[in-house]
Design a protein around this ligand. Structure first.
Ligand code: HEC
Ligand code: HEC
Length: 311
């Protein structure tokens, strides 16, 4: 018994002593399998390769495109028109003359939507996916037939999938380009089933540039800049606080995400800052989800004049 114990201790000490010893020799590798192989690595400089710089292959000439990967159609790949704006029209290859998407696209899109989008937006696009209803997302995913999504051009729906949208991540690496268009077609079809006045190719509401600040111009901007998707004017809570009664309202705001909370009065300076630097002050009880939207001084002024009419 005693001997057994001692030999055990000696063994441990002996084994322990091996650890930490430095050696120049490669480690003993009893069953090498194919772990180490004498081979050159393509394009890598550090292996002793075919060429002078040690590489096994020449790096491709700058601007080289692999066969089948030349994506010259910006509408198809980026979802933008000739001017670089999100496209209203479907890309030519999937578009019928009447502006509807080609046959089969909607069905395919619905199937893909239920795989990738349903966890948050719900199987029928009602915004009631289990991730949202069970976990409660900080920013609720909108219903696909909400006013906000109905007002998006086809290019913007495509862009939400490709680039993500504020707190929604990009699905570009999971969903290939043709399926992204199929999903966009399904979303549009869904909206049209509920409201037949919606065209296949929704146009951007064009607003003339504001030359004189006015409440009327502000009311148009509220629509065209998609403020209405997150701010109601009837007092109801959407993603952000309602604009009803906002002017002069006393509010608790945090100075930046997680910053100290203080009470402020929503005056001109505060409202202007809220629009131009949404992250500077965050209204208590709301997520830091307001995007930076391009607004010039006249537009900001008009929006404030419009807010004053809502008191
Ligand atoms: C992980 C949850 C999640 C998934 C999955 C998801 N979304 Fe979203 N989506 C959101 C949230 C949250 C928002 C609201 C983002 C915001 O306003 O900050 C949103 C917004 C959107 C919008 C509105 C964009 C805008 O500009 O207002 C569209 C369109 C949309 N999603 C489409 C899709 C489609 C199509 C898919 C599937 C490819 C998808 N989403 C998958 C969470 C998700
Ligand atoms: C994607 C949703 C979203 C959009 C679109 C959006 N906002 Fe917001 N906004 C929010 C959220 C969320 C808050 C509250 C959190 C914060 O203060 O940043 C907020 C806060 C504000 C506030 C401060 C509100 C208060 O009660 O103190 C103002 C002012 C405002 N937004 C103006 C606008 C205007 C104007 C537009 C359109 C040009 C707009 N927002 C578009 C989400 C949005």
């Amino acid at each position: 018994m005693r001997n057994g114990l001692w030999s055990g201790v000696v063994c441990l000490v002996a084994l322990g002593a091996c650890r930490g010893w430095e050696s120049e020799k490669p480690p003993v590798h009893l069953i090498p399998n194919m772990d180490t192989q004498e081979k050159g690595k393509a394009y890598r400089k550090d292996t002793t390769g075919l060429f002078e710089d040690g590489r096994m292959m020449r790096p491709p000439v700058e601007g080289t495109v692999a066969i089948g990967q030349l994506n010259e159609d910006d509408t198809w790949v980026k979802g933008v028109d000739e001017k670089g704006e999100p496209t209203q029209k479907w890309p030519a290859s999937i578009r019928n003359d009447d502006g509807s998407p080609k046959d089969g696209l909607v069905a395919r899109g619905g199937q893909r939507f239920r795989i990738y989008c349903a966890p948050c937006h719900g199987p029928n696009g009602d915004g009631d996916g289990p991730v949202n209803t069970e976990k409660g997302l900080l920013v609720a995913p909108p219903a696909m037939h909400s006013d906000r999504v109905k007002a998006l051009t086809n290019g913007k729906i495509y862009s939400a999938i490709t680039n993500g949208a504020n707190s929604m991540p990009s699905y570009a690496s999971q969903i290939p380009v043709d399926d992204r268009w199929a999903i966009a077609a399904w979303v549009r079809d869904l909206q049209r089933q509920k409201d037949s006045s919606i065209p296949w190719e929704v146009g951007e509401e064009k607003v003339a540039a504001v030359t004189v600040a006015s409440a009327e111009a502000g009311s148009k901007l509220y629509k065209s800049k998609t403020c209405f998707g997150c701010h109601s004017i009837d007092g109801s809570k959407l993603v952000g606080p309602s604009f009803k009664g906002i002017y002069g309202r006393a509010e608790k705001v945090a100075a930046g995400v997680g910053g100290p909370v203080s009470e402020i009065k929503a005056d001109d300076a505060y409202l202007k800052e809220s629009m131009l630097q949404p992250m500077a002050k965050i209204v208590e009880g709301y997520p830091p989800a307001m995007p930076v939207l391009p607004l010039n001084d006249l537009e900001v002024e008009s929006l404030i004049l419009y807010m004053k009419t809502l008191n």
